[in-house]
Design a protein around this ligand. Structure first.
Ligand SMILES: [Zn+2]
Length: 426
């Protein structure tokens, strides 16, 4: 399909940062073919009116667990250990493949409605999430959460499930990472096996690292080094890695992350809610670390709204450092788009630019929080709620138009999610 987005204000990047320019955007198939200049013989099948709208590159949620959407508001105001081991893990054990599908569907609906076009997922069942991503038309980078000890059967099976999905998935909108869960759920031998497998198949990895103070203390007790140092020793960072959280870091940890080109997915709301602390993002930024933003799951956030997450990312570090000039709106937008594209090793994502994949979020800015129109880059981070998202295009396909989803029966998904939680917890 050929789409022309007519006279729309759009977000672009140059060396100085993000800026807004009005233009026409031409899409042919799954690619942006031109900005401004009409390509020869371009006859649009569809014209989108850009009046009082703002186009931005689709946001990329760099760390979530989509299936956990069924656990929204089910385990709040608990310590990290009580939350994970006492409440969430026992509930997870009751989930069927079908439940995981409905949870992932709910997550996709929420993400599309708040302008996210791609997400990095750590899940419990690859096929269920592949089905949800395919049914909604989203883009995703999927990892099966890997937990294991040495060469144990469970760990081996989970790894095989990932490789099997990687080899057989026919959806071009889906790519894969290996997802060792964390240093406290995978032992060193298993982490080495996972790392060797990543190298063999040329895959990246994603892992939770240095999320809580307890985790860091326990790893230090057992290994005489920090989780980051331990991962470096094991060789994990020899593959491209997205490290989620990275809250408790020493200067040496930051140096390792920078030297090894590890991308960090910061999850400010999850870290606050579970009282895990605040990541030293300004320091990481100063060291040139590729920073991205994730929501984590709805069980620890409790939403998948990247606008809210961008807002927290921008505000939090000014407060902590007592310096309002750090982590500005333009930086934050870059974290959620261009940097995330680098993290998932996709050069064709993260910008509205000729030749890039057509993943575009269009906001309706005819609403009070966008008036007066002084600085739209700031408005996106400091004023937007996320539900201004009006139209979403992923891979050249319109998944939402005028706030109506085109691929999903939302009422059915809501009802199925209610049924899941009714069965396992009420
Ligand atoms: Zn997580």
């Amino acid at each position: 399909m050929k789409i022309k987005i007519n006279k729309i204000k759009a977000l672009f990047y140059n060396d100085k940062g993000a800026y807004i320019k009005e233009c026409d955007i031409y899409i042919n198939g799954n690619k942006i073919v031109s900005i401004g200049q009409k390509p020869e013989d371009f006859a649009a099948d569809k014209i989108i009116n850009g009046n009082k709208k703002l186009a931005i590159p689709g946001l990329i949620n760099a760390h979530t667990h989509s299936y956990m959407s069924v656990f929204r508001n089910i385990a709040d105001d608990l310590s990290f250990e009580d939350w994970l081991f006492g409440r969430i893990n026992p509930l997870e054990d009751k989930l069927t493949e079908e439940d995981i599908y409905w949870g992932a569907m709910l997550a996709c609906i929420e993400m599309i409605k708040t302008g996210t076009t791609c997400f990095v997922d750590m899940n419990m069942n690859m096929q269920s999430v592949i089905r949800a991503v395919t049914d909604t038309g989203m883009r995703a980078v999927l990892s099966r959460g890997l937990v294991g000890k040495g060469n144990d059967e469970g760990g081996r099976k989970r790894l095989e499930e990932t490789i099997d999905a990687y080899k057989n998935c026919k959806n071009d909108n889906i790519s894969f990472l290996l997802g060792p869960h964390a240093p406290y759920t995978c032992d060193c031998e298993y982490l080495k096996i996972v790392t060797d497998t990543a190298k063999k198949y040329n895959l990246g990895m994603t892992i939770h690292l240095s999320e809580s103070e307890n985790e860091v203390e326990n790893i230090k007790k057992a290994h005489k080094m920090s989780p980051i140092e331990l991962m470096d020793k094991i060789g994990l960072f020899e593959a491209p890695v997205i490290a989620a959280h990275c809250v408790w870091l020493s200067d040496n940890d930051i140096k390792i992350l920078a030297d090894k080109n590890v991308s960090v997915a910061t999850n400010p709301k999850s870290n606050l809610k579970l009282a895990n602390g605040i990541a030293p993002l300004t320091k990481m930024h100063d060291h040139g670390i590729n920073i991205t933003i994730g929501t984590d799951s709805t069980a620890s956030n409790n939403s998948l709204n990247m606008f809210s997450e961008m807002n927290y990312t921008a505000l939090l570090h000014k407060g902590v450092t007592h310096d309002p000039t750090v982590i500005n709106a333009s930086d934050v937008l870059r974290f959620a788009t261009k940097n995330a594209a680098i993290a998932v090793s996709n050069k064709n994502l993260g910008e509205i630019k000729e030749g890039m994949l057509a993943d575009i979020t269009i906001l309706d800015i005819d609403c009070p929080q966008f008036y007066p129109e002084n600085e739209l880059v700031s408005a996106l981070v400091y004023s937007a709620a996320g539900y201004e998202t009006d139209t979403v295009i992923i891979n050249g396909r319109i998944l939402m138009e005028n706030k109506i989803l085109t691929t999903v029966d939302t009422e059915r998904v809501y009802a199925e999610c209610e049924r899941v939680i009714e069965r396992i917890d009420r």
